[in-house]
Design a protein around this ligand. Sequence first.
Ligand code: PMP
Length: 396
Amino acid sequence: MQLSERITGITGGGSDGWDVFLKARRMIAQGVAVTELTIGEHDIRTAAPVLQEMHRTALGGHTGYAAVPGTDALRDRVAARVAARTGVATTRDNVLITPGGQAALFAAHMAVCDPGDIALYIDPYYATYPGTLRGAGAIPQVIGTHAEDAFQPRVEDIAPFAAKARSLLINTPNNPTGVVYSRATLEGIASLCIAEDMWLISDEVYDTQVWEGAHLSPRALPGMAERTLVVGSMSKSHAMTGSRCGWIIGPQDAIAHLTNLATHTTYGVPGFIQDASCFALAQGDAFEEEVAAPFRRRRALAQDIFAGQNIVGLVPAQGAMYLMLDMRATGMTGEAFAYDLLESHHIAVMPGESFGASATGHIRVAMTVADDVFAHALRTLLDHAALRSAERAAAQ
Ligand code: PMP
């Protein structure tokens, strides 16, 4: 039977750049010990007190349908957190709780794009972005960035596409590059959104993972609160990836319509998950810093390991749980190097090309294994790159 173009067109049937990851998983299934530096999942699990709260509230009976836009308690808690972090007045009416950031990204585009509208996004991008925009019926238009700018977007690269676009999706701190958008970048983007009457969808799921400088939410810039939908999540900040709890922050009427969409799609998020999320948020900044600390530490380890050599370029980045490495000195594509490293040393990384053309010749390393394993894997990676680069020089 024929399926809809909407669903068959989400990825176009391609692998979407996950081949190296899938090969690593096959090797693991065959019993090979692979060091996996691929997906963005903590090496710690959700904290026991959060799970105890989940258990307590579920046993207490919060297992029926929860309020579709989210419980008042969680919406209030998220609103207070956003207001405290950004200075923008935010109430529960600006908050929709969603089953994770991914569902929020999809719903946000459903809310602002009609079928056939152009939705902009920035390359390198989180792997699901183009499919999410297509799934919502929009036409994705990618905007490249430049390795020499450490992948900080240039507003002049976005501008030519803005007049015809309905929305622009940005992600800071960024997956896969780790770049935190500067105030100048965000102010330029805000001016463009206002001048061209464009919605901004701001994916801020890594907002607690900033190693240098500060995260600025563009919703806080003048004139932006009325045209910005912020995507947030418990996944990265509280090591709750499996709980599927995120949110959209936006203007009250947008949230009302998004609640209507939720009524007809997800019908909300389980109450015991929301209670546990509320509890986790109530633990405050110290808890969030504890969850982020291993990545901060491993980034510093990587800076030491890659210092004083010019074979592997560590892209100067300020946040998130990934490193972007420039492998062009080896003469290999990111994909070729990733396969080579997996086959030679059983270390799995993501090819930069999986995240768009701008990251060609790069690899993304997730900082998601124990410090000693991580440091050993990076040293092995560096030695391997040096070997390939020496072989290349000898052949020339
Ligand atoms: N945005 C970005 C940039 C991500 O990296 C991820 C997850 N890796 C998500 C959104 C979605 O996260 P979740 O659905 O777990 O909240």
